[in-house]
Each structure stands twice: as C-alpha cells, then as structure tokens.
Design a protein around this ligand. Structure first.
Ligand code: SIN
Length: 192
C-alpha cells in the first residue's frame, strides 16, 4: 500500500480555467472541516455515485505504514450521493489540491440543488487506479481498520463520526457510512 500525489496532475487540470467562481461538491471531510474560504454554500447531491470508505489515508488519518480509510466516490448507475456544495474562487484550489493530494483528482460533474436546478461543478474523486486505493472490504473489517488508525489530522474514527453527524444534520441517508460509524462506535466502546 502506498501514498499517491495528485498535485501536479490537478494543477494541469483546466476545467473552469477562465471562471471566477466554481461550485465544489463536498461529500467527505470537506463537508465538516471547512478550512477554506467560500462565498456561499448549499446542500446538494450528485447522481450515479456512491460514497465508500475505499480510499487509503496515509497522510491525514493514517500513516504510510498503517493507512486509515476515508471516502471516495464509486460509480453506480442507480445511486445518488448527498453532500454540500461550496461556491469558491479558483485560487482556493491550491489549498484543496494539497489537502486532497493522496489520490484525489478534480472531476467535472453535474451538481444538483433540486430536481430542477443543476450546474456543472467540481468534485475530488480518488479513482480505483490510484496507488492509495484500498477497495471494498466487509463493513466490520473497514470499521476495525478505522477504529485503530490515526494520523497527522487526528483519529480516523473522528473522521467517520463527524461525517455521519454532518450527514445526519443534512438529512442525508447513507447506509454505508452509518453502518461503518455504528461498528466504529462499537469498537471504541470496547476500548480499555
Ligand atoms: C470530499 O470531502 O469531498 C473529499 C473527500 C475527503 O476529503 O474526505
């Protein structure tokens, strides 16, 4: 398992090169850890993707030798993924590219605010071919890895519990996230 670095690739990305505003769709820690400036934010969703704890975290919630697990988006025809959209200026991408450098690429996608209101926005997705991708595993195994991982940004369990709580506040149903969060809580309750 190894870390990735997508900064150079993302900086070559010229989606919205001439735009003075871009809508960023956030579905993981970018929902609740907002360490970047934004002009406006609104709950939003994207179609045909599921949120999964299938991406390794070697730099934030784990280490190169003991990676944690964080979310990425996986294509699934019938799926819908709820989150938060932020209207940002393009300068903010320097910070975001650094924060999301372990495998995430900027992808242009339709961001929906309602069934009648959508626009083109950007999403950071860690694709299956990136070197930090861990892939599917049983929920109990994912939760156990998360319960015992931590890194420079803190405990991996906090990432999951804060995400579950932020999704609850947004009234977003996500069975995968809630199932992992429940199992992580069960592991933490057993801690001495
Ligand atoms: C996101 O939150 O949109 C990307 C994944 C993450 O940073 O957790």
């Amino acid at each position: 398992m190894c870390s990735a670095n997508t900064i150079a690739e993302n900086q070559k990305n010229n989606h919205f090169a001439n735009a003075d505003r871009v809508w960023l769709f956030a579905y993981g820690s970018l929902i609740y850890k907002v360490d970047f400036p934004y002009l406006e934010r609104k709950p939003a969703y994207i179609q045909h993707y599921s949120r999964r704890f299938w991406q390794g975290s070697h730099d934030h919630r784990g280490t190169p030798d003991a990676p944690g697990r964080v979310v990425t988006l996986i294509q699934e025809q019938e799926a819908r993924c709820g989150g938060m959209a932020y209207c940002i200026t393009p300068e903010v991408f320097t910070h975001l590219d650094h924060r999301e450098k372990n495998g995430y690429l900027r992808v242009k996608l339709a961001v929906h605010f309602s069934p009648h209101e959508q626009l083109e926005g950007l999403v950071y997705i860690a694709p299956e071919h990136n070197s930090a991708f861990l892939g599917a595993a049983p929920i109990a195994q994912i939760a156990k890895q998360i319960a015992f991982s931590s890194g420079p940004s803190g405990r991996n369990s906090d990432y999951v519990l804060q995400l579950a709580s932020a999704l609850g506040e947004l009234e977003v149903q996500d069975e995968h996230v809630f199932a992992v969060a429940d199992q992580v809580r069960a592991y933490l309750d057993c801690e001495p």
